[in-house]
Design a protein around this ligand. Structure first.
Ligand code: AP5
Length: 213
């Protein structure tokens, strides 16, 4: 099963990914997580991506396409995968189409999480994330432990630099301009499954389950 999780920043893609992956037994391939890991480790890829990520701009397509091509060749992706945060531009979608056509395994579903911009801003300003395992909290609705230590892996819980309000507003603009056109790209093939992301995480999970039934 090959699933693409699409939607503006902060709509709950990372929050919902674990349940989808568990249900279909596929790995979670998040380009944002891969870049953040490289950034934390100070790799050349992380250093190239840093400036783009902190201001909410997209990392250049060529870098992203190489990275994803390598990741999808790993053995755990042989039976399918969940793509989160990729593709994000028309050239990235075309690159994915070409790779999947060569492998004879097209995308099965594109889940589009829909949340208004005002809610996105509120969610991202309160988001807190584990630096090690990527677990997510919200300062008001689902507060992290007081010692800011992840209960799952003991990693440090922090606030992403690109969750500062200026970067969030830019990410929304970048999404509308560069990623929005992908809805038409996949809609033309009947692959889009629209899900209202404003409900509670459990309700969103149920709605995604129904959309993929
Ligand atoms: P990436 O990491 O992909 O960020 P994003 O797409 O902006 O998505 P987010 O991680 O911000 O949000 P999310 O939808 O996962 O929401 P979450 O579940 O955390 O990319 C970061 C950067 O990397 C990009 O800007 C770019 O620079 C670069 N990059 C990555 N991929 C790239 C690519 N393909 N091409 C080029 N550049 C790329 O939830 C958010 C908050 O809301 C949390 O606090 C959560 O607890 C809360 N929440 C979630 N669901 C609910 C709910 N139902 N109700 C209430 N609160 C909720």
């Amino acid at each position: 099963m090959i699933i693409v999780l699409l939607g503006p920043p902060g709509t709950g893609k990372g929050t919902q990914a674990a349940a989808i992956c568990a249900r279909f037994g596929v790995p979670h391939v998040s380009t944002g997580d891969i870049f953040r890991r490289n950034l934390a480790e100070g790799t050349p890829l992380g250093l190239k991506a840093k400036g783009y990520m902190e201001t909410g701009e997209l990392v250049p397509d060529a870098l992203v396409l190489d990275l994803v091509a390598d990741r999808l060749k790993e053995p755990d992706c042989a039976g399918g995968f969940l793509l989160d945060g990729f593709p994000r531009t028309v050239p990235q979608a075309e690159g994915l189409d070409a790779a999947l056509a060569a492998a004879g395994t097209p995308v099965d579903h594109v889940v589009l999480l829909e949340v208004p911009d005002g809610t996105v801003v509120e969610r991202l300003s309160g988001r807190r994330v584990c630096r090690s395992c990527g677990a997510v909290w919200h300062a008001a609705h689902n507060p992290p432990p007081g010692d800011m230590k992840c209960p799952k892996c003991s990693g440090q819980i922090y606030q992403r630099a690109d969750d500062a309000s200026e970067a969030v507003l830019n990410r929304l603009k970048v999404y509308a301009r560069q990623t929005g056109p992908l809805v038409g790209h996949y809609d033309a093939r009947g692959l889009i499954r629209r899900v209202d992301g404003t409900r509670s995480p459990a309700e969103v999970e149920r709605a995604i389950g129904a959309a993929l039934a």
